[in-house]
Design a protein around this ligand. Structure first.
Ligand code: 13P
Length: 251
């Protein structure tokens, strides 16, 4: 984990009722979470204010799962970063693999979203990662390069001073198949080296999260890797005790 402050984010995706989300947020926000760890919860847009109501009395921060690239205008169904900010949101996930694959978001659009988040003064959690086919074809580095180059080309390496990167191998998301700590570390080191070649200082402080079937029983060994600075948690974030255990493992 190096000397970077650990960061654990829960991505609840499209789950829960108003009541169950409020209960889950309340259980997490009132828990005895380690003070040394940044904890983020990412509910759906409509659950944002209910989560804020309980999170605002705690150190837990609020994030969104997606955003528009526009601030306002004729963009039916979209939600802008400025609107999210008004609801206490401080982070936005951009480029999650489900957005890339199911909603046709390419790296150029992801880079625009990243820039929109930063322009509004919020922090992007930039998700990158390869599919199983790409891994099997030996394309991990090429995929990571393409996904990072889009952001580097748009906003420059300086933007990485306030970006959090999440490496999420697509084949490990929701499958119960975690990357081994060594597999994950190898890609995290590759990401850091790429940024380091452009700006060693920014690379040194860049937080790179691992996501993909992180559970309480594998969290500690993943977080023990030198370039893994925390996790982006899906399924296990829907269970308060599991999520709290993962936060504790990062502390
Ligand atoms: P799982 O933890 O369910 O594999 O999901 C990971 C993820 O996609 C978090 O954004």
């Amino acid at each position: 984990m190096g000397n970077r402050r650990p960061f654990i984010a829960g991505n609840w995706k499209l789950n829960g009722s108003r009541q169950s989300v409020a209960d889950l947020a309340s259980a997490i926000c009132t828990a005895d979470l380690p003070e040394t760890v940044d904890v983020l919860l990412c509910p759906t847009f409509v659950h944002m204010s209910d989560v804020l109501a309980v999170a605002s009395n705690s150190a837990v921060q609020l994030g969104a799962q997606n955003c528009a690239i526009h601030a306002h205008g004729a963009f039916t169904g979209e939600v802008s970063v400025q609107m999210l900010s008004e609801y206490g949101c401080e982070y936005v996930l951009v480029g999650h693999s489900e957005r890339r694959s199911l909603f046709a978001e390419d790296s150029a659009l992801v880079a625009s979203k990243c820039a929109a988040v930063q322009e509004a003064g919020l922090t992007p959690v930039l998700c990158i990662g390869e599919t199983l086919e790409q891994r099997d074809a030996g394309q991990v580095k090429a995929v990571i390069d393409e996904q990072l180059d889009a952001v580097l080309g748009t906003a420059g390496v300086g933007s990485f001073a306030s970006i959090i990167v999440a490496y999420e191998p697509v084949w490990a998301i929701g499958t119960g198949k975690t990357a081994s700590p060594e597999q994950a570390q190898e890609v995290h080191a590759l990401i850091r080296a790429k940024i380091s070649a452009l700006d060693p200082e920014i690379a040194q402080s860049l937080r790179i999260l691992y996501g993909g079937s992180v559970k309480p029983d594998n969290a500690a060994t993943l977080f023990a890797q030198p370039d893994i600075d925390g996790g982006l948690i899906g399924g296990a974030a829907l269970d308060a005790q599991s999520f709290i255990a993962i936060c504790t493992a990062a502390g």
